[in-house]
Ligand binder design. Structure first.
Ligand code: NAD
Ligand code: MN
Length: 498
């Protein structure tokens, strides 16, 4: 198998130390590609290219219209290759093809959205107390940005990082997750084709602990944008303190899906499933805690368990598949170990709880849709992010109790509320300490809207105008229109410069 290269300084290159990594299909753990594996040395090369591109290259100085044209070309190339790209995403990540197709469309739209946004007015002018002083505020790129992304939405996370970062005029180094570099590699073929200047956009494939850490450590990197686990987020914060890098973090959650007895229960039932089983539960905003009105428990839970048991789990490329495999063997083992922890803690399994190891599933990383009832708020399965198809049910009697359970978490990314009482729904959503919320829905979100969390779910926001803001510095420019001595030092009054 030939080793797929990285894209550094406008060239396709192998790792300087010759490292490679096998990429597996999580549906059967067969190798589907081999890619260059960066070491710290490659990260340093990427950083030098980016530094040069930012400090003396054309990209940050280019007119916004022209940068936007590059992003639009990229969006068109993604759309033109959408089917092949979705298939590749499913083979690499495992998610069902219909989800991968959705991600591809969303990724193209993200580039298009920022192509549009960056050509809109960004600055400000205002009057000052001094009539002869004009002040204006301009926005400028931050500089060299390291962008470290996870394996759950490989292409979409690349778009969420690159689109605003490049639109703003930064020079970006994207580091995909170890397991899922393949769709990002295709994206960079089109970045090359779309004519981005060398060093403005680079692809560094390699391990987090080496290549990723090197980006976070480097005094030559101005910003890190990171999506991934909380433990890694802490390392990024620590590393960033060296040169006080700008940092944005999206660290996942343990999000509540609250269902009141007065909800449209058929709608609520499918959303309860969608909240946790879409994307195999490997979704930062997953509704991994079902906070259910106790009055519903007897009827709702058996129906929920029965429907969840019937979810078709399999290879994402098969047309009937509704839920795919987990990303790696190791991650599957981690999810299964949480299921064992839940059993040992005394929670009651309503459905699932096992790996699927019958013939079509035997070689892949498949875990059955799993729901635990009879949980307590102090259980590890209720508190820790499992990042798999495992939902915990928590029962409440009153509205206050529902809110308190929902907010009893270190995280604060997302949350949904189901009720036919609109006033109650909005009241509860406003009390949720979370950044992304839904009434009578779960999961839909848009390139226009801010994505990010309260509490330990992260720092800053991606997408929308907020996402561009995170990639821009803010400069005030004060212009004296009628220069006059400040009349401050008596000794200067008689000084004459000839
Ligand atoms: P991770 O945080 O280790 O990986 C995310 C990215 O960070 C990858 O690109 C990885 O290479 C990189 N990375 C790892 N260590 C790094 C370091 N020291 N410096 C710089 N970059 C580094 O996530 P994981 O190990 O794949 O998964 C662990 C848990 O994280 C999951 O079980 C889940 O709970 C959570 N997670 C959350 C999200 C999310 O969308 N918020 C995504 C993936 C994983
Ligand atoms: Mn890790």
């Amino acid at each position: 198998m030939k080793t797929l290269p990285m894209f550094l300084g406008g060239e396709w290159v192998q790792a300087v130390e010759g490292g490679t990594r096998a990429i597996l299909n999580p549906a059967n753990n067969e190798p589907i590609a081999q890619v260059a594996e960066a070491s710290v040395a490659d990260a340093e090369i990427a950083i030098r290219h980016a530094r040069k591109a930012f400090d003396s290259g054309p990209w940050p100085k280019m007119r916004a219209q022209e940068r936007a044209a590059h992003l639009s070309r990229l969006a068109d190339l993604i759309d033109a290759n959408a089917d092949a790209l979705a298939t590749l995403e499913t083979r690499n990540n495992g998610k069902p093809l219909r989800e991968a197709k959705f991600d591809v469309g969303d990724a193209a739209n993200c580039f298009r959205y920022y192509a549009g946004l960056v050509t809109k007015p960004l600055g400000q002018t205002f009057e000052t107390p001094d009539a002869n002083m004009q002040t204006m505020v301009v926005r400028e790129p931050i500089g060299v940005c390291g962008q470290i992304i996870p394996w759950n939405y490989p292409l979409l996370m690349a778009a969420w990082k690159l689109a605003p970062g490049l639109a703003a005029g930064n020079c970006c180094i994207l580091k995909p997750a170890e397991a899922t570099p393949l769709t990002a590699m295709r994206l960079f073929e089109w970045i090359a084709e779309a004519g981005f200047p060398p060093g403005s956009a680079q692809l560094l494939t390699g391990a987090g602990a080496t290549a990723g850490q090197a980006l976070a450590d480097s005094p030559l990197v101005d910003k890190i944008a990171f999506t991934g686990g909380t433990a890694t987020g802490r390392k990024i914060i620590a590393a960033a303190s060296g040169n006080i890098k700008k940092v944005t973090l999206e660290l996942g959650g343990k999000s509540p899906c609250i269902i009141f007895a007065d909800a449209d229960l058929d709608v609520a039932l499918e959303f309860a499933m969608f909240a946790i089983f879409a994307g195999q539960g490997e979704v930062c905003s997953a509704g991994s805690r079902l906070i259910l009105d106790r009055k519903l428990a007897a009827n709702f839970l058996p129906q929920l368990a029965a429907a969840s048991r019937k979810i078709v789990v399999g290879d994402g490329l098969l047309p009937d598949t509704e839920m795919g495999p987990l990303i790696t063997r190791a991650h599957m083992e981690r999810v299964l170990s949480y299921i064992e922890i839940g059993k040992a803690e005394g929670a009651q399994l309503l459905c699932g709880g096992n790996r699927l190891s019958d013939p079509p599933h035997a070689e892949g990383n498949f875990v059955a849709p799993t729901i635990f009832a009879e949980t307590r708020p102090d259980m590890r399965i209720v508190r820790e992010e499992i990042f798999g198809p495992v939902q915990c049910v928590q029962l409440f009697d009153t509205e206050d109790e529902a809110v308190n359970l929902a907010n009893d978490t270190d995280y604060g990314l997302a949350g949904g509320v189901f009720t036919r009482d609109g006033a109650k729904g909005l009241r509860v959503l406003k009390r949720l300490r979370a950044g992304i919320t839904w009434l009578n829905s779960y999961h839909p979100t848009f390139n226009e809207a801010p994505w990010g969390g309260y509490k330990q779910s992260g720092w800053g926001r991606e997408l929308g105008t907020w996402g561009l803001d995170e990639y821009l510095e803010t400069k005030q420019i004060n212009i004296s229109l009628a220069p006059q001595r400040p009349d401050w030092f008596r000794s200067a009054a008689n000084a004459r410069v000839v």
